[in-house]
Design a protein around this ligand. Structure first.
Ligand code: ADP
Ligand code: G3P
Length: 509
């Protein structure tokens, strides 16, 4: 009987399940969107039970499509939205509060206070992260401080904390396993990326009992078997990685200097920096890519909070397009942006600026400005933000960036991809297999159960790709780049609150 690998991709807006065959081809898939909960401005929550039910549902649906109710599945690989926090009761398995999502800014002031109190250096040295509400630690603390009896129960050892991977494994094994992998642990702000253990000083700072934490494992190993009745037989769970790290692996960026960027709701660029962690001098994050056969691969990361989401905003809030794909048609109705620049800082600015108080701004409009110019400026903004991160990455690493590998929903936009290659002055390569995140999780699981022998065998499966080479005149581009930075600078002047970590003048090196 032909065997498959089941990859579960638990994303911010939907849960997906994809079955891959030995050639790395998709044989079946299922997807379900779930509810986004916005209780207050800046707060974003998910119902952990809906995360689990949607994920279990699509896993069953995809499995049924290839028959045998799971007996033909060699292993499960899990990949997930990162940083998002679930806290649940160990005895009942019931969450004590909704999942607090990575985008949630409720702990921004608390993080600013930690910064004021001089804790950032220590945190950065140990975790590779910048002090920001984005990461898990301050969110766990918020739950313990704000949910009735939570702290008391946590101190009595009754509560478990996990990122979404832990929550799924707990449910798939009916409470038998409380684990995570190094890549997810590295996003919590509680994990020492050098020693690979939960850090006592950080746990004390955030006031989080050690008993809540999952056991940290490699990204590719058999953690245990499913116990649910979803499948006819038990299936080994054999791969776990955060979604951006899984995409880095799925793109086979296995050599230092290889870079991928995923263009989804946000944009996440990761560069493989090899087996030694190195701290960024340009406000990028140092994170763990994966641990495979005992070896840890580190990565530099630049996180952009709003990328494809700006297209959704033009569709849902302004109504100037009806579907996301119409953006390209609208933007190509004009030859250029007509002097319009759009900085879509709806949720502040991420790397390399890290300005939580920045907000979205449109510059340079005149009576001649049409919807098409705004659409074009939105597309260009995705590319400009990516350029700022890539320039920071080039400055940080002594490694030459030969090409940018891309994936994610917005990479279907040819105008965006060409403009990206032009402003970067670097080749942009898009694989024909678009599901690189799920594929990465499948590879990690498949390697653990010898479905694939090694990375070399996986590399031999490469399925072709499309390339965009830079071909526009540099002079015009340089002027556009300068105007983009003028726009970011103006927005930084306007933003309230603490100053950004980096001013626009210093962003490009
Ligand atoms: N033609 C397009 N041009 C630009 N962005 C697009 C296009 N089609 C879809 N998108 C954007 O891609 C995003 C969805 O990509 P996806 O990889 O599924 O994201 P996520 O995993 O973050 O949910 C949406 O934000 C959508 O607006
Ligand atoms: O679920 P995605 O694809 O939007 O990815 C979210 C990231 O993991 C957040 O760090």
């Amino acid at each position: 009987m032909q065997q498959f690998i089941l990859a579960l991709d638990q994303g911010t807006t939907s849960s997906r399940a994809i079955l891959f065959d030995q050639k790395g081809q998709i044989v079946a898939q299922a997807q379900k969107e779930f509810t986004q909960i916005f209780p207050k401005p800046g707060w974003v929550e998910h119902d952990p039970r809906e995360i689990w039910s949607s994920q279990a549902g699509v896993a069953a649906e995809a499995t049924v499509k290839v028959g045998h109710n799971g007996s033909n599945i060699a292993a499960i690989g899990i990949t997930n939205q990162r940083e998002t926090v679930v806290v649940w009761n160990r005895k009942t398995g019931a969450p004590v509060y909704n999942a607090i999502v990575w985008q949630d800014r409720r702990t921004a002031e608390y993080c600013a206070q930690l910064h004021e109190d001089g804790h950032e250096e220590m945190i950065r040295a140990k975790t590779g992260l910048l002090l920001d509400a984005y990461f898990s630690a301050s969110k766990v603390r918020w739950i313990l401080d704000n949910v009735a009896k939570a702290r008391e129960q946590a101190e009595a050892g009754e509560l478990a904390f996990g990122t979404v991977d832990s929550w799924l494994v707990w449910n798939f094994t009916q409470g038998e396993l409380h684990v995570t992998d190094v890549s997810n642990a590295s996003r919590t702000m509680l994990f020492n990326i050098h020693t690979l253990v939960w850090d006592d000083e950080l746990l004390a700072l955030f006031d989080i009992p050690r008993s809540m934490l999952p056991t940290v494992k490699q990204s590719s190993e058999v953690y245990g078997e499913t116990k649910t009745t979803l499948f006819a037989s038990k299936i080994p769970i054999a791969g776990i990685a955060g979604d951006q790290q899984a995409a880095l692996f799925g793109q086979m960026c296995t050599q230092p200097g290889m870079v991928k960027s995923t263009y989804g709701t946000g944009c996440f660029m990761l560069m493989n920096i090899g087996e030694t962690p190195k701290l960024s001098q340009h406000n990028l994050l140092t994170t763990i890519g994966w641990q495979l056969n005992g070896k840890v691969c580190y990565a530099l990361e630049g996180s952009i909070f709003i990328a494809g989401a700006v297209v959704q905003w033009l569709r849902d809030n302004l109504g100037i397009i009806k579907t996301s794909s119409e953006i390209e048609q609208l933007a190509t109705q004009v030859d250029d942006n007509g002097g319009v620049y759009f900085v879509p800082a709806f949720a502040g600015l991420g790397a390399p600026y890290w300005d939580p108080y920045a907000r979205g701004t449109l510059f340079g409009m005149s009576r001649a400005t049409k919807a098409a110019h705004i659409a074009r400026a939105a597309v260009e903004a995705i590319a400009y933000q990516t350029m700022d991160v890539l320039k920071a990455m080039e400055a940080d690493s002594d490694l030459a960036i030969a090409e940018l590998r891309v994936d994610g929903g917005a990479t279907v936009n040819k105008l965006l991809m060409q403009f990206q290659a032009d402003v970067l002055h670097t080749k942009v390569v898009r694989p024909s297999m678009a599901e690189t995140t799920a594929l990465g999780a499948a590879y990690l699981a498949g390697l653990a159960v010898s479905y694939w022998k090694d990375v070399a065998e996986i590399k031999s499966l490469a399925q072709g790709d499309s390339s965009y080479v830079p071909n526009a005149d540099r002079e015009g581009l340089e002027a556009g780049i300068a105007d983009w930075h003028r726009a970011v600078r103006a927005l930084q002047v306007w933003a309230k609150g603490a100053p950004a970590k980096v001013s626009a003048e210093k962003a490009v090196v």
